[in-house]
Design a binder for this molecule. Sequence first.
Ligand SMILES: [Zn+2]
Length: 204
Amino acid sequence: MTRKLPDALSAVVDQLARLPGLGPKSALRAAMTLLRWPEGETRRLGAAVYDLRDRLHLCPLCGALTDVTPCALCTDPARSRDMLCVTADWDSMLTIENSGFYSGLYFILGSLPAATGTGIGDDGTDLRRLDERVAGEEIKEVVLALGATVEAEQAESLLCARLRRRRPDMRVSRLAQGINLAQEVRFVDRDTLRQSFKYRQHLA
Ligand SMILES: [Zn+2]
């Protein structure tokens, strides 16, 4: 018979067990480790988790998680401001950024717009955010880095047509086919990504 855990412990174990890669057993092990830590360290971890929701928000320009507005990347004077890379999610943006070859700006969609709908969310708010982002003359090229899934390709066609209407003078391209079929950008290795960027295809 399994012994019932004290409420305070089972509350932590239940939450930890919801994290990727942690089942109930490893969650209990992690919680027991936290109990063995010096009190100050356990409390610091608790406060850091609390701050995650309290201090982080989405950058109004690119959509990345940040604790300053706009985020450090959007205001970095070393970034070239004439190129905008559009990714489906934050993980994909981080994958490209950590590869170290891209020095332009980003725009994170949050999720892929459905080909049949008005965009992300029922009111298409995120697509309007993209419209606003490219409204000035500053951005000369948008690189759609959405991956090679069927949904990504549909979204690219949709976005390309939309961007073309807004800014006929602006170049729109997408990553070359170095990305294997059905692969998401966040899972692509650095060299493949670099090649896909270098040989990107111009759509408009
Ligand atoms: Zn930003």
